[in-house]
Design a protein around this ligand. Structure first.
Ligand code: GLA
Ligand code: ZN
Length: 661
């Protein structure tokens, strides 16, 4: 479906006078652009007042692109309900947990459970899909925009409260069952019927973690339902076009595994360097690599980048200017991790509105400059390789389990103020990344048998089924790393009480954890072999039953107590890490794993990522640092393009090698 498309841009012709499009099209053609995404925030220009649709201008735009062979993806504009709609129905606006309305004036000013809003969205999408599915130039659709963005606060309006009650009734059937599952005898929270349950608004003191977890799950389901309704409408009109959604890496408001069920493939918005990124990100690519791998893991498929950063990013505060080569490097990195198509955000920097400083390929003036020339060169250089790798994925022997439920549970109870679910996962990812070990992120529902090593951090909520799955995996020969806070809670976020931690998996790990220490304002020293390190945030005080200690604490009153363990179980090995490891400890730990021995070495800041077909492996070697790096490839790797025998990679440069299997 997507073979012919390698490069696109996000284009907003309605922001410019109508003659400008001719210049833009010419520049796009010269640059090597095959596709534009249009329409995703244009509701007020397309339905100018209630039921008054004016599609003419957009049809002309689509026709102009058709003429020159540039394809179109249309976005449904439902993230930006127009002023006339809000005036008619102000109740559409979302309400935060302090009961304050979030008003019109930005975007995402909508409540997904509000039936009036839903009715207007349905009508719009129906008419839009019917009209534009007639154009053969429209090859795909994007639903809404970044669902979950701007919803961190979720919506606590009356309609969302009712929706929550209905969701709970469906899940628990009787109020007694809910009372049991939520432990409502605590602080006299017993409910007599579902109508008494409130959205978890700001309380006088404290909250019920079981209620909060269900609230997050319920909201994720709500957004999926909103999304799927649009997918179903579009499918009625357009069977041979694709439908996708632009996701945001580790954003957890919506469970992406579930959101993606009805999509042909997922897309991702990749912004490696914005005002919110720290300087060190500019010298390592691990953060953006992890996001790409998470996105590939959503459907275990290749994907699109629907918004690839093309210049300075920022709203009121700006990020750094990408250096020469850096936009190309980020593009190649997306491709290396499984992107088949790159759509740049945005074609031209907007003169108006919130995103005046979220720069595009062209500056405000519209005059092509350095970035335009760089991407133009890049499209020529890597299009052939993109055509070859289309649809083929990296092959990973290692997986990290990424779970929305665990992420929600840690959002609700951080334990340590700085403990964060994704950051904790990323300590493992970074350790593996620095050794150029390819990683898949997988759901805990995935098939584990494909992997030699599974890292499953923070398995806080552990159902019997999941514990069984881990047990079987190790039994049959898998290597499993589990960590602190494993086996603590039931599905409804209540602590297990029937055995010491790590509860259901104690025998697999060969340990018990009778006590733990939250390392507030302190760290703990750790000895692994004869090396000294530190660890942070948490210390499980481990008692060995059948495991052996790999590392022990070397300070605090529990000096000498095991911190990291290893246990033979069945045909496999189960490791347990009772703390958050520092980078040097992580590196030492990874050195001890079998998987390390097979990895290809490269200098720090130089990343190797590969896509592997039946016969060939394409290795992308990427220099994220701002100095020249040398790289000595194995003999059987051949350079994809002759670079006159050089073994160096310029700052923010890349080399591509091919290996015959
Ligand atoms: C997101 C959105 C875009 C745009 C960019 C830049 O990724 O999808 O519409 O807002 O961020 O802010
Ligand atoms: Zn609401």
């Amino acid at each position: 479906m997507s073979e012919k498309i390698q490069f696109g841009v996000d284009y907003y012709p309605e922001h410019w006078n109508s003659e400008r499009i001719e210049t833009d099209i010419k520049l796009m053609k010269e640059m090597g652009i095959d596709l534009v995404r249009l329409g995703e925030f244009s509701w007020s220009k397309l339905e100018t007042s209630d039921n008054n649709f004016e599609f003419g201008w957009l049809k002309q735009v689509v026709a102009k692109f058709e003429k020159v062979g540039i394809k179109v993806v249309l976005g449904t504009p439902t993230a930006a309900p127009p002023a006339w709609l809000i005036k008619e129905h102000p109740e559409i606006q979302p309400v935060d947990r302090e009961s304050r309305t979030r008003h019109f004036g930005g975007r995402h000013h909508c409540c997904h459970s509000n039936l009036t809003y839903r009715k207007y969205c349905e009508r719009y999408v129906e008419i839009f899909a019917e009209e534009f599915s007639k154009s053969t130039n429209v090859i795909g659709w994007q639903i809404d925009n970044e669902l979950g963005n701007s919803h961190n606060e979720l919506c606590y309006c009356d309609s969302c409260e009712k929706n929550f009650q209905r969701w709970l009734e469906k899940k628990y059937v009787t109020i007694n069952e809910l009372n049991q599952s939520w432990g409502t005898t605590f602080w006299s929270q017993t409910y007599n019927d579902f109508e008494q349950i409130q959205a978890p608004k700001l309380t006088a003191a404290g909250e019920n973690p079981s209620q909060l977890l269900d609230w997050k799950r319920c909201h994720s389901d709500l957004i999926k339902d909103f999304h799927d309704e649009q997918v179903e409408i579009i499918r009625k009109y357009s069977e041979d076009t694709f439908i996708t959604h632009n996701m945001m890496g580790f954003s957890n408001v919506v469970n992406y595994y579930e959101l993606a069920e009805k999509l042909d493939f997922v897309s991702h918005d990749q912004y490696p360097s914005g005002p919110f990124h720290k300087e060190q990100n500019r010298q390592s690519g691990d953060h953006q690599a992890a996001e790409l791998d998470v996105i590939r893991g959503i459907k275990q498929q290749t994907f699109w980048i629907m918004e690839q950063q093309s210049n300075i990013a920022g709203w009121d505060v700006l990020g750094r200017l990408p250096s020469p080569g850096q936009i190309s490097l980020w593009t190649v990195q997306s491709v290396a991790h499984g992107a088949d198509t790159i759509v740049y955000f945005r074609w031209r920097t907007s003169a108006m509105g919130t995103e005046q400083y979220w720069h595009g390929i062209l500056p405000h003036s519209g005059i092509p400059g350095r970035v335009y020339e760089e991407i133009k060169t890049l499209t020529k250089e890597i299009r052939p390789i993109m055509q070859q790798v289309n649809g083929i994925k990296p092959k990973s022997k290692v997986a990290i389990v990424y779970s929305y439920d665990q992420s929600y549970a840690f959002d609700i109870q951080h334990h340590h103020p700085d403990l964060n679910y994704v950051d904790h996962l990323r300590t493992y990812y970074k350790g593996l990344y620095e050794n150029n070990i390819s990683v898949d992120f997988i759901s805990d529902a995935a098939d584990f048998s494909e992997y030699e090593l599974i890292v499953a951090p923070l398995q806080f909520i552990l159902t019997n089924e999941l514990a069984e799955k881990y047990r079987n995996y190790v039994q049959k020969g898998g290597n499993l790393i589990l960590t602190m806070r494993t086996g603590v809670k039931t599905e409804s976020n209540i602590c297990y009480t029937d055995s010491p931690l790590p509860g259901l998996l104690s025998d697999v790990l060969g340990i018990q954890v009778p006590e733990y220490d939250c390392l507030l304002d302190t760290e703990v020293r750790i000895k692994i072999g004869d090396k000294n390190h530190v660890a942070n945030k948490w210390a499980d005080l481990i008692t060995l039953t059948s495991a052996e200690a790999l590392a022990s604490y070397d300070s605090q009153f529990y000096k000498g107590t095991p911190a990291i363990t290893q246990n033979d179980f069945g045909k496999g090995k189960a490791y347990y890490v009772g703390t958050e490891m520092s980078p040097s400890l992580m590196s030492d730990f990874i050195d001890r794993l079998q998987i390390k021995k097979e990895a290809q070495a490269a200098p720090i800041g130089v990343e190797i990522a590969s896509r592997e077909s039946e016969k060939l492996i394409y290795h992308f070697v990427m220099n994220h640092t701002d100095c020249i790096q040398s790289f000595d490839p194995p003999k059987h790797w051949t350079l994809y393009k002759d670079d006159k025998g050089t073994k160096t990679i310029p700052e923010h440069g890349y080399l591509i090698f091919i290996e015959n299997k």
